[in-house]
Design a protein around this ligand. Structure first.
Ligand code: F6R
Length: 241
Protein backbone atom coordinates (compact mmCIF):
# COMPACT_ATOMS: atom_id res chain seq x y z
CA UNK A 1 0.00 0.00 0.00
CA UNK A 2 1.44 3.35 -1.01
CA UNK A 3 0.37 6.32 1.09
CA UNK A 4 0.49 9.78 -0.50
CA UNK A 5 -0.40 12.79 1.64
CA UNK A 6 -1.25 16.04 -0.12
CA UNK A 7 -2.04 19.55 1.08
CA UNK A 8 -5.76 19.80 0.52
CA UNK A 9 -8.76 18.72 -1.52
CA UNK A 10 -7.62 20.54 -4.67
CA UNK A 11 -4.22 18.88 -4.53
CA UNK A 12 -5.93 15.53 -3.96
CA UNK A 13 -8.11 16.04 -7.04
CA UNK A 14 -5.09 16.97 -9.18
CA UNK A 15 -2.91 14.12 -7.90
CA UNK A 16 -5.78 11.67 -8.39
CA UNK A 17 -6.32 12.88 -11.95
CA UNK A 18 -2.59 12.49 -12.70
CA UNK A 19 -2.67 8.94 -11.32
CA UNK A 20 -5.70 8.11 -13.46
CA UNK A 21 -4.33 9.71 -16.61
CA UNK A 22 -1.16 7.68 -16.39
CA UNK A 23 -3.16 4.49 -15.88
CA UNK A 24 -5.54 5.30 -18.77
CA UNK A 25 -2.68 6.17 -21.10
CA UNK A 26 -1.15 2.77 -20.39
CA UNK A 27 -4.48 1.01 -20.88
CA UNK A 28 -7.11 3.09 -22.69
CA UNK A 29 -9.66 0.26 -22.61
CA UNK A 30 -9.24 -0.45 -18.90
CA UNK A 31 -12.18 -1.97 -17.01
CA UNK A 32 -12.76 0.57 -14.26
CA UNK A 33 -15.06 0.59 -11.27
CA UNK A 34 -15.70 4.16 -10.19
CA UNK A 35 -17.09 5.45 -6.89
CA UNK A 36 -19.58 8.27 -6.59
CA UNK A 37 -19.65 10.50 -3.49
CA UNK A 38 -18.07 13.87 -2.77
CA UNK A 39 -14.46 12.78 -2.60
CA UNK A 40 -13.74 11.83 -6.24
CA UNK A 41 -15.86 14.63 -7.72
CA UNK A 42 -12.99 17.12 -8.03
CA UNK A 43 -10.76 14.48 -9.57
CA UNK A 44 -13.40 13.60 -12.18
CA UNK A 45 -13.76 17.30 -13.05
CA UNK A 46 -9.96 17.60 -13.47
CA UNK A 47 -9.93 14.50 -15.64
CA UNK A 48 -12.74 15.83 -17.84
CA UNK A 49 -10.78 19.06 -18.30
CA UNK A 50 -7.72 17.12 -19.45
CA UNK A 51 -9.95 15.23 -21.84
CA UNK A 52 -11.50 18.39 -23.27
CA UNK A 53 -8.00 19.72 -23.94
CA UNK A 54 -7.23 16.53 -25.87
CA UNK A 55 -4.61 15.36 -23.36
CA UNK A 56 -6.17 11.99 -22.61
CA UNK A 57 -8.68 9.75 -24.35
CA UNK A 58 -11.09 8.46 -21.73
CA UNK A 59 -13.78 7.42 -24.19
CA UNK A 60 -12.71 3.78 -24.48
CA UNK A 61 -12.86 2.94 -20.77
CA UNK A 62 -15.26 0.17 -19.75
CA UNK A 63 -17.08 1.43 -16.69
CA UNK A 64 -18.66 -0.60 -13.89
CA UNK A 65 -21.04 0.92 -11.40
CA UNK A 66 -19.80 0.37 -7.84
CA UNK A 67 -23.05 0.44 -5.88
CA UNK A 68 -26.75 1.22 -6.18
CA UNK A 69 -29.71 1.89 -3.90
CA UNK A 70 -32.28 -0.89 -3.99
CA UNK A 71 -35.40 -0.12 -5.99
CA UNK A 72 -34.36 3.16 -7.63
CA UNK A 73 -34.58 3.38 -11.43
CA UNK A 74 -31.30 4.47 -13.05
CA UNK A 75 -32.68 7.81 -14.25
CA UNK A 76 -33.86 8.90 -10.78
CA UNK A 77 -31.52 11.79 -9.99
CA UNK A 78 -30.75 10.25 -6.57
CA UNK A 79 -29.75 6.90 -8.09
CA UNK A 80 -26.01 6.29 -7.97
CA UNK A 81 -26.12 5.33 -11.63
CA UNK A 82 -27.38 8.77 -12.60
CA UNK A 83 -24.65 10.27 -10.39
CA UNK A 84 -22.04 8.13 -12.21
CA UNK A 85 -23.51 9.25 -15.51
CA UNK A 86 -23.35 12.97 -14.57
CA UNK A 87 -19.92 12.93 -12.98
CA UNK A 88 -18.05 10.30 -14.96
CA UNK A 89 -19.69 8.70 -17.99
CA UNK A 90 -20.87 11.85 -19.81
CA UNK A 91 -17.96 14.23 -19.03
CA UNK A 92 -15.52 11.52 -20.08
CA UNK A 93 -17.33 10.72 -23.32
CA UNK A 94 -17.96 7.05 -22.56
CA UNK A 95 -20.56 5.28 -24.70
CA UNK A 96 -23.46 3.65 -22.83
CA UNK A 97 -22.58 0.27 -24.35
CA UNK A 98 -19.30 0.40 -22.43
CA UNK A 99 -21.08 0.82 -19.11
CA UNK A 100 -22.19 -2.02 -16.85
CA UNK A 101 -24.89 -1.14 -14.37
CA UNK A 102 -25.53 -2.70 -11.01
CA UNK A 103 -29.28 -2.78 -11.46
CA UNK A 104 -30.83 -1.71 -8.17
CA UNK A 105 -34.24 -1.64 -9.86
CA UNK A 106 -34.10 -5.19 -11.27
CA UNK A 107 -37.14 -7.38 -10.45
CA UNK A 108 -34.68 -9.86 -8.91
CA UNK A 109 -31.80 -7.85 -7.44
CA UNK A 110 -29.87 -10.98 -6.45
CA UNK A 111 -29.98 -12.11 -10.05
CA UNK A 112 -28.69 -8.64 -11.04
CA UNK A 113 -25.74 -9.18 -8.68
CA UNK A 114 -24.95 -12.56 -10.28
CA UNK A 115 -25.15 -10.99 -13.75
CA UNK A 116 -22.80 -8.18 -12.69
CA UNK A 117 -20.27 -10.63 -11.25
CA UNK A 118 -20.36 -12.75 -14.40
CA UNK A 119 -19.75 -9.64 -16.52
CA UNK A 120 -16.76 -8.60 -14.40
CA UNK A 121 -15.32 -12.10 -14.70
CA UNK A 122 -15.89 -12.07 -18.46
CA UNK A 123 -13.64 -9.00 -18.84
CA UNK A 124 -11.02 -10.58 -16.58
CA UNK A 125 -11.69 -8.48 -13.46
CA UNK A 126 -11.12 -4.79 -12.82
CA UNK A 127 -8.00 -3.11 -14.13
CA UNK A 128 -8.68 0.04 -12.13
CA UNK A 129 -10.68 0.66 -9.00
CA UNK A 130 -11.48 4.16 -7.74
CA UNK A 131 -12.79 4.13 -4.21
CA UNK A 132 -13.86 6.51 -1.48
CA UNK A 133 -13.77 5.67 2.22
CA UNK A 134 -17.02 5.51 4.15
CA UNK A 135 -17.14 7.07 7.62
CA UNK A 136 -17.59 3.51 8.93
CA UNK A 137 -14.79 2.07 6.78
CA UNK A 138 -17.05 0.81 4.00
CA UNK A 139 -15.92 0.39 0.40
CA UNK A 140 -18.79 0.80 -2.01
CA UNK A 141 -21.63 -0.36 0.22
CA UNK A 142 -19.62 -3.19 1.75
CA UNK A 143 -20.77 -2.22 5.19
CA UNK A 144 -19.05 -3.49 8.34
CA UNK A 145 -18.81 -6.36 8.96
CA UNK A 146 -17.69 -7.39 5.44
CA UNK A 147 -15.12 -10.15 5.07
CA UNK A 148 -12.65 -10.06 2.16
CA UNK A 149 -14.56 -12.74 0.25
CA UNK A 150 -17.92 -10.91 0.46
CA UNK A 151 -19.63 -11.25 -2.91
CA UNK A 152 -21.67 -8.75 -4.92
CA UNK A 153 -24.92 -8.65 -3.03
CA UNK A 154 -27.91 -6.89 -1.52
CA UNK A 155 -27.01 -5.28 1.81
CA UNK A 156 -28.72 -3.49 4.68
CA UNK A 157 -27.20 -0.05 5.17
CA UNK A 158 -25.79 0.67 8.62
CA UNK A 159 -27.22 3.57 10.63
CA UNK A 160 -23.92 5.42 10.09
CA UNK A 161 -24.21 5.23 6.29
CA UNK A 162 -27.87 6.27 6.45
CA UNK A 163 -26.96 9.35 8.50
CA UNK A 164 -23.97 10.16 6.27
CA UNK A 165 -26.00 9.85 3.06
CA UNK A 166 -28.89 11.88 4.44
CA UNK A 167 -27.14 14.99 3.07
CA UNK A 168 -27.79 13.76 -0.48
CA UNK A 169 -31.43 12.92 0.22
CA UNK A 170 -32.75 15.91 2.16
CA UNK A 171 -32.76 14.04 5.46
CA UNK A 172 -31.82 10.64 6.73
CA UNK A 173 -35.41 9.41 6.91
CA UNK A 174 -35.50 9.62 3.08
CA UNK A 175 -32.46 7.37 2.54
CA UNK A 176 -33.26 3.85 1.26
CA UNK A 177 -32.40 1.16 3.79
CA UNK A 178 -30.95 -1.33 1.33
CA UNK A 179 -28.48 -1.26 -1.52
CA UNK A 180 -26.54 -3.43 -3.95
CA UNK A 181 -22.79 -3.37 -3.82
CA UNK A 182 -19.93 -4.73 -5.84
CA UNK A 183 -18.37 -7.32 -3.53
CA UNK A 184 -15.13 -7.11 -1.59
CA UNK A 185 -13.87 -10.14 -3.51
CA UNK A 186 -13.95 -8.29 -6.84
CA UNK A 187 -12.60 -5.02 -5.40
CA UNK A 188 -9.65 -6.65 -3.66
CA UNK A 189 -8.60 -8.35 -6.90
CA UNK A 190 -8.41 -5.12 -8.92
CA UNK A 191 -5.04 -4.76 -10.59
CA UNK A 192 -4.70 -1.14 -9.44
CA UNK A 193 -6.65 0.73 -6.78
CA UNK A 194 -6.84 4.37 -5.82
CA UNK A 195 -8.48 5.14 -2.47
CA UNK A 196 -9.26 8.82 -1.94
CA UNK A 197 -9.75 10.27 1.53
CA UNK A 198 -10.41 13.90 2.37
CA UNK A 199 -11.52 15.91 5.39
CA UNK A 200 -11.15 15.90 9.16
CA UNK A 201 -14.23 13.69 9.58
CA UNK A 202 -12.30 10.80 7.99
CA UNK A 203 -9.33 11.13 10.36
CA UNK A 204 -9.95 8.18 12.65
CA UNK A 205 -11.22 5.83 10.02
CA UNK A 206 -8.35 6.43 7.59
CA UNK A 207 -5.84 5.51 10.30
CA UNK A 208 -7.81 2.39 11.12
CA UNK A 209 -7.98 1.47 7.43
CA UNK A 210 -4.30 2.04 6.70
CA UNK A 211 -2.57 1.13 9.97
CA UNK A 212 -5.07 -0.85 12.01
CA UNK A 213 -5.67 -4.59 12.10
CA UNK A 214 -7.31 -6.08 9.02
CA UNK A 215 -10.83 -6.78 10.11
CA UNK A 216 -14.34 -7.12 8.65
CA UNK A 217 -15.26 -4.28 11.03
CA UNK A 218 -13.22 -1.93 8.82
CA UNK A 219 -13.69 -3.39 5.34
CA UNK A 220 -11.19 -0.90 3.82
CA UNK A 221 -8.45 -2.37 6.04
CA UNK A 222 -8.30 -5.38 3.68
CA UNK A 223 -6.77 -3.11 1.04
CA UNK A 224 -3.56 -3.49 3.07
CA UNK A 225 -3.22 -6.96 1.53
CA UNK A 226 -4.31 -6.05 -2.01
CA UNK A 227 -1.86 -5.36 -4.82
CA UNK A 228 -0.99 -1.91 -6.21
CA UNK A 229 -3.03 0.20 -3.86
CA UNK A 230 -2.43 3.94 -3.62
CA UNK A 231 -4.11 5.82 -0.78
CA UNK A 232 -4.34 9.50 -1.50
CA UNK A 233 -5.12 11.49 1.64
CA UNK A 234 -5.19 15.19 2.41
CA UNK A 235 -3.64 16.63 5.54
CA UNK A 236 -7.03 17.42 7.04
CA UNK A 237 -7.88 13.72 7.04
CA UNK A 238 -4.44 12.54 8.05
CA UNK A 239 -3.93 14.98 10.94
CA UNK A 240 -7.56 15.46 11.85
CA UNK A 241 -7.33 19.23 11.86
C1 F6R B 1 -20.11 5.75 -3.39
C2 F6R B 1 -19.47 4.81 -2.50
C3 F6R B 1 -19.16 5.13 -1.07
C4 F6R B 1 -18.38 6.42 -0.90
C5 F6R B 1 -18.08 6.69 0.56
C6 F6R B 1 -17.43 8.04 0.76
O1 F6R B 1 -20.29 5.15 -4.67
O2 F6R B 1 -19.22 3.76 -2.91
O3 F6R B 1 -18.43 4.05 -0.54
O4 F6R B 1 -17.20 6.35 -1.63
O5 F6R B 1 -19.25 6.64 1.33
O6 F6R B 1 -18.32 9.03 0.35
P1 F6R B 1 -17.90 10.56 0.25
O7 F6R B 1 -16.82 10.62 -0.79
O8 F6R B 1 -19.13 11.31 -0.17
O9 F6R B 1 -17.37 10.94 1.59
Amino acid sequence: MKLVIVDDYDALSRAGADWLIEAIQEQPEAAIVAATGNTPTGMYIELAQYRSRGLVDTSRLRVFQLDAYLGLPPDDHRALFSWTRRSFIEPLGIAEENVVRLAGDAPDPWEACRYYEATVHEVGGFDLSILGLGPNGHLGFNEPPSPPDASTRVVDLTPESIVSNGRYWGGEEQVPRQALTCGMDLLLKARRTLLLVSGTHKHQIVHRAVEGPQTPDVPASFLQSAINVTVLVDWAAWRGQ
